[in-house]
Design a protein around this ligand. Structure first.
Ligand SMILES: [Zn+2]
Ligand SMILES: [Zn+2]
Length: 329
């Protein structure tokens, strides 16, 4: 099979010919149709997330069809379409996080496209307990972005409770899906982009943002909560300044540049600053049940598998509107 592999950080991916993997008893073999490109892939390729499996097939927003099942698989059938997310394995009952319903923090977790080979390839294997069935209303390309930007974005969104006025810092893959859920639930979204990104701000308004502007500006009114999707530490004090008393600021990314020091009074009055890590399968099920009801429409920029490096470069330079997706099949 053809695969794009990372042999060492800070190097372009290389097209390789590899044997089709064999599923172990808990795994399914999946013929990959599409795999969306996430900023986390960029952090892995750029060496900002350390200790990936090497060589590695990146990619953790995989849509494909099951071609073979291991002997313990009792949930999926051959020919069924599934999605594979970032959370690829948890211990289930050996760590206190799994035992308390917080498997996203499992001490023994393994992640697709990081510790486990992912979907920048014609085939992949995945533990069936972490695969999701996908609603038929989503074509392959449009389903792929749901699996990380959507799922982990949804976990961050849940942490804002019932905020009516919600700020999104960084209007990429996750934000363009979550704004549709927010509008469906009657919330107002304030979209913050890189300074001068007129196109991004226009995109946000088109999707129903109440206001869109530069991330170094204050919104026209105080917000109840904000989610920071961009990997930029200076947005933390900016978002704290934008939220009202008791407001929540959620950092949704896996990596962020250093946060500059800030005066205590922008955290004072019970403002909350927190991060969100990974996802639980329950987050996934909830979001994938909601997505077709809204219905969430994903804007995708397709690239052939062999142009994974071009897709990553386009994401790095902010040239993607919506989500880049590798079309494999
Ligand atoms: Zn665990
Ligand atoms: Zn991701």
């Amino acid at each position: 099979m053809r695969a794009m592999i990372l042999e060492a950080p800070r190097q372009p991916l290389r097209l390789a010919e590899l044997p089709v993997p064999k599923p172990n008893p808990e795994q399914v073999l999946i013929r990959v149709h599409a795999c969306a490109v996430c900023r986390t892939d960029l952090h892995i390729v750029d060496g900002e997330l350390t200790h990936p499996k090497l060589p590695l097939i990146p990619g953790h927003q995989i849509v494909g069809t099951i071609e073979a099942v291991g002997e313990s698989v009792d949930k999926f059938n051959i020919g069924q379409r599934v999605g594979v997310p970032w959370l690829g394995y948890t211990c289930g009952d050996r760590c206190r996080y799994c035992l308390s319903g917080r498997e996203n923090l499992c001490d023994y977790a393994e992640f697709t496209g990081y510790n486990l080979d992912g979907g920048y390839a014609e085939y992949t294997v995945a533990d069936y307990r972490f695969c999701f069935p996908l609603d038929p209303s989503f074509p392959d390309l449009q389903a792929a972005p749901l699996l990380c930007g959507g799922l982990i974005g949804y976990r961050a969104y849940r942490m804002t409770d019932d905020a009516e006025k919600l700020g999104f810092y960084g209007f990429g893959s996750a934000a363009h899906m979550l704004i549709q859920l927010a509008r469906y639930q009657g919330r107002q979204v304030f979209a913050f982009t890189r300074s001068g990104d007129v196109e991004g701000q226009e995109f946000a308004r088109k999707l129903g943002a109440t206001w869109a502007g530069d991330s170094d500006k204050l919104p026209p009114e105080p917000l109840d909560a904000a989610i920071i999707f961009a990997p930029t530490g200076k947005l933390v004090p900016a978002a704290l300044r934008a939220v009202a008393k008791g407001g929540v600021v959620v950092c949704a990314g896996i990596h962020m540049s250093d946060i500059p020091s800030f005066p205590y009074d922008i955290l004072w009055e019970e403002r909350v600053l927190r991060s969100v890590a990974n996802l639980t399968r329950q987050d996934g099920q909830e979001f994938l049940t909601l997505a077709p009801k809204v219905p969430i429409r994903t804007e995708v920029n397709p690239f052939p598998l062999t142009q994974a490096n071009e897709a990553l470069n386009a994401l790095r330079s902010g040239k993607i509107t919506g989500t880049a997706v590798l079309v494999v099949d």
